[in-house]
Design a protein around this ligand. Structure first.
Ligand code: NAD
Length: 367
């Protein structure tokens, strides 16, 4: 019997609620395919700091090191609550960035998908959605401003200052560009390169290197868009996009906007891939505003499971079935509260019911 060890980092806020639903799916997939998914929970984030004094405890590091893949829930606290934790132990600085750095997970895949039949979830007009939204954001995940040198202090004029650097070398750009071109080759062979070369020197180098890598993929058409314009086009004409590639911070911001045009960040799963280790997480945060109410949308977490099945375990059919099962639940008129206004003609369901319905759809598909 095949056996895979998966580290489950439940996270903070809605993390444990949506992780519970993802685990139901994993258990069913394991059962149906005679795979032993050894699921081991590890503390990570603010909860780990409060319980163990560190946002990414040694025990969790060891668990992740041994795991075949990592499934991570969102972490973080509300703006006010964050102040209870020293700056360097706040979940992003103390856990998330160290996780990405530890496994060099430079390639972040964020699919943005809404079929025409679910256009009512989107705040965009049906005429803009057209045949549906279906593109993928490839975000560089371990470079740029988030990982550059940082200094704070008081300058010669006695004013507090901060200096953060946006650093990339050509190898970092080349490897994410290759991932983007390879992804384009499997899709429509149109790659949108998102940059800010009219202002940033880092984007000038980015474009230069991307241009060099494009020679290896002559079939892919590259279209260049400034990041500010890209933000507009996401709202006005998302149908033009198929694969978008961008540096770390642009990807952070534009992928949240992409969640917005779908109708909710709850529809945004992701895969974070390194040379030897991958972890999977929803693109969104811990949603402290709705934590503990059983109204979080677990699609992002179950979608992350689907990505793990495909990308870490080559279980393409089971991954497809997971996507299909989730779409099928929505197509039957169900909705989680994030996707529909009160009074909308939908069958409103909570977090657990969504998970249960997906599992029952999946059980039929897997037969
Ligand atoms: P957020 O992404 O947590 O929430 C933004 C909005 O989206 C909220 O209204 C929230 O209720 C909603 N939302 C998010 N996920 C949802 C889901 N699955 N179902 C239904 N609604 C959902 O952003 P925020 O409030 O700015 O950040 C909260 C915390 O999360 C902060 O501490 C932040 O630093 C952290 N964060 C962590 C990650 C991560 O773990 N990778 C990513 C982003 C933010």
């Amino acid at each position: 019997m095949t056996s895979y060890k998966i580290a489950l980092l439940d996270g903070d806020g809605i993390g444990p609620e949506i992780m519970t639903e993802a685990v139901k799916v994993l258990e069913l997939v394991g059962e149906r395919n005679e795979i032993n998914f050894e699921l081991i929970h590890g503390s990570f984030g603010a909860n780990a700091y409060f319980e163990q004094g560190h946002a990414f405890p040694e025990q969790t590091k060891a668990l992740c090191d041994e795991a075949d893949a990592i499934l991570k829930g969102p972490i973080g606290l509300s703006h006010e609550e964050s102040k209870k934790i020293p700056l360097d132990m706040q979940p992003e600085r103390g856990a998330l960035l160290p996780l990405r750095r530890r496994y060099n997970t430079f390639a972040n895949f964020r699919p943005v998908f809404l079929p025409k039949g679910l256009a009512h979830f989107s705040p965009l007009k049906p005429s803009i959605i057209g045949a549906g939204i279906d593109f993928i954001i490839i975000r560089e995940l371990v470079g740029g401003l988030y990982f550059g040198a940082k200094h704070t202090g008081v300058n010669e004029q006695g004013k507090r200052f901060v200096n953060e650097s946006l650093e990339y070398d050509e190898e970092q750009i080349a490897r994410i560009a290759r991932v983007a071109f390879e992804t384009s080759m499997k899709r429509k062979k149109v790659l949108h390169n998102i940059h800010k070369s009219n202002v940033l020197q880092s984007s000038v180098l980015w474009n230069e290197v991307l241009g060099e890598i494009s020679q290896e993929f002559p079939e892919v058409e590259v279209r260049h868009i400034l990041v500010d314009a890209a933000a507009t086009y996401l709202c006005l004409n998302p149908g033009q996009f198929d694969v978008m590639v961008m540096e770390n911070m642009f990807g952070d911001i534009l992928s949240d906007q992409a969640g917005g045009i779908l109708g909710s960040l709850g529809l945004m799963p992701s895969a974070c891939i390194g040379p030897e280790k991958a972890y999977y997480e929803p693109s969104h945060g811990s949603a402290p505003d709705i934590a503990g109410q059983s109204i979080a949308n677990p699609y992002s977490m179950i979608g992350s499971v689907a990505m793990m099945l495909e990308m870490s375990f080559s279980m393409e059919k089971e991954a497809k079935n997971c996507w299909h099962a989730m779409q099928s639940v929505f197509s039957q008129g169900y909705s989680t509260p994030d996707l529909s206004q009160p009074g909308a003609e939908v069958k409103m369901i909570d977090t657990q019911s969504f998970g249960d319905l997906v599992v029952s759809e999946l059980a039929q598909l897997a037969c």
